[in-house]
Design a protein. Structure first.
Length: 347
């Protein structure tokens, strides 16, 4: 069974939903059939999650070395970092202490992966305000990973159900996003999307490329970025043997992708990709007045290590209550496992 990849899971912000979601996910027997999971963070929070979930049977194995993990259903292995003073801790509260804990857990999973001690990383949600209070000035996980792995060219992929999107730009203003729609970046994202699909087992991926403007510019009537930047990148990708298609009118591209026309879409800015993914993946039950399925995942492409993340926040308003849905974390573990098993495909 040692062919199962070792997946390091950062705990996320201790004051958020990460600890309890980690416990919920790692009580699922299917996880241990596909991989060997290891939580990185603070064992005290995982133990407290067992209390919250009224779980008296699951055991915690505190370790300081990956080789000491048991990887057995019924025991959660925690790479314990002793990061949180429980006498000062409070669920749902933004604090420098929790920001520091979340940040150090991420740095540790990166370090373990870079050293080859684990095969892939999965991240629970952190709070950007908290990590900045702790003195770490990053806008999120992606930037931390890029910095600590010395990666210059990378992209975000969101995946949910049968839809995958790769972003040309993410956390910038809409005005700046338009300025970033350049041929070199478009081509880079097409290549990354193609590689990712191959690593997911798709032999000849069909990569749809969305336009920036309404109707993909309508031959220059509504903007010329497609003519000058996006379409030339598509033609270059085709010359390299990539099955790139477009540029596509964004308002119909997602329905076609769901219908099987494309294996992934390259999208031009944050909301062009995030909005349809979250409409599909975030399901709110009006009758029960609570969130049901929250199933998207966030993958950073172009890194020397594998990073997959839940596609939701820390849920501070509900943290510590044991009511959060672990589906996104389970999907993240599944994706990380697939990438780990196929990481050399297409290289």
């Amino acid at each position: 069974m040692n062919d199962r990849p070792i997946i390091g899971i950062s705990m996320g912000d201790p004051a958020g939903c990460g600890p309890e979601l980690s416990v919920k996910a790692l009580r699922n027997p299917d996880v241990y059939k596909m991989c060997r999971p290891l939580v990185v963070g603070d064992a005290q929070l995982i133990e407290d999650s067992l209390r919250i979930l009224k779980d008296t049977t699951t055991k915690i194995n505190r370790i300081a070395n990956v080789k000491d993990a048991k990887f057995e259903l019924g025991t959660i292995d925690v790479y314990h970092m002793d990061l949180v003073d429980m006498s000062k801790f409070e669920y749902g509260k933004v604090s420098a202490m929790c920001g520091e804990a979340a940040f150090q857990a991420v740095v540790k999973v990166i370090d373990l992966a870079m050293k080859g001690e684990i095969d892939a990383t999965v991240t629970n949600a952190l709070n950007k305000e908290a990590i900045n209070l702790a003195g770490h000035h990053y806008s999120g996980h992606t930037e931390i990973y890029a910095d600590y792995t010395h990666t210059k060219k990378y992209a975000m992929m969101l995946a949910g159900s049968d839809l995958r999107v790769v972003h040309v730009s993410t956390h910038v203003s809409l005005r700046e996003a338009c300025e970033r729609a350049k041929k070199e970046r478009e081509l880079e994202c097409i290549r990354l999307a193609n590689m990712a699909c191959k690593q997911l087992g798709i032999e000849n991926p069909r990569i749809g490329v969305c336009g920036l403007n309404p109707h993909a510019g309508e031959n220059g009537l509504f903007g010329d970025e497609e003519i000058n930047e996006i379409n030339p990148a598509i033609e270059q990708a085709k010359a390299e043997g990539i099955n790139a298609i477009g540029s596509l009118p964004p308002d119909t591209a997602f329905s076609k992708a769901r219908g099987g026309w494309y294996d992934a879409l390259v999208v031009q800015y944050h909301d062009q990709g995030h909005t349809p993914l979250k409409v599909l993946g975030f399901v709110y039950d009006k009758g029960a007045q609570k969130w049901g399925a929250v199933e998207g995942v966030n993958i950073t492409l172009g890194l020397p290590i594998i990073r997959v993340s839940v596609d939701h926040g820390t849920a501070f308003g509900h943290a510590g209550q044991g009511i959060q849905n672990e589906l996104s974390l389970l999907n993240s573990i599944d994706y990380a496992t697939k990438f780990a098993k196929n990481r050399d495909v297409g290289k």
